[in-house]
Design a protein around this ligand. Structure first.
Ligand code: CA2
Length: 147
């Protein structure tokens, strides 16, 4: 069993401190705990960075060492062809995750580059979406085609 990489993009280290109506009250540490509970024996690498380059380096690490990727690229979702290119090299399942329903929001949140390579997209379930994503990626990884 190789780890599931759970990667979080810019500003998500501030969760729980501002805009609880949109992003909920959970901190990123709370969310990491939800993922660990849901992952059980499955190893997870839970990380956050405000830097696009760092996220790309972690995707490269996941290409070499990981079974699956859950990624909330935050604002890079809508801007980063570099993250898209890195994710294209990953062979396993990729779940794109957003805490809010990006499609209900301003037009600049409507076009995701990452969706082009995502196996599945979860948006609008709040911090609970991370539990759903962790459960779902484990189920995807049980399917022989994804291993
Ligand atoms: O809903 C999501 O998870 C997002 O990926 C969050 C991003 C936003 O750019 C995406 O459209 C949707 C923004 C994260 C901002 O993080 C905050 C953290 C604490 C308080 C306010 C914002």
């Amino acid at each position: 069993m190789k780890p599931i990489y759970i990667l979080n993009g810019p500003n998500l280290n501030r969760l729980g401190k501002r805009e609880p109506a949109i992003y909920g009250k959970a901190t990123l540490l709370d969310i990491e705990q939800y993922c660990r509970e849901e992952a059980g024996d499955y190893p997870i690498e839970f990380r956050q960075s405000n830097s696009e380059a760092q996220l790309i380096d972690w995707i490269h690490e996941a290409i070499d060492m990981g079974d699956g990727i859950i990624i909330n690229p935050a604002a890079f979702t809508f801007t980063s062809i570099a993250i898209l290119d890195a994710l294209k090299m990953f062979d396993g399942p990729i779940i794109e995750l957003h805490i809010s329903n990006i499609h209900k929001r301003e037009a600049y949140y409507h076009h995701s580059y990452v969706s082009k390579v995502a196996t599945a997209v979860i948006a609008g379930l709040g911090p609970e979406g991370y539990r759903v994503a962790t459960r779902s990626i484990k189920e995807l990884l049980e399917q022989p085609a994804n291993r």
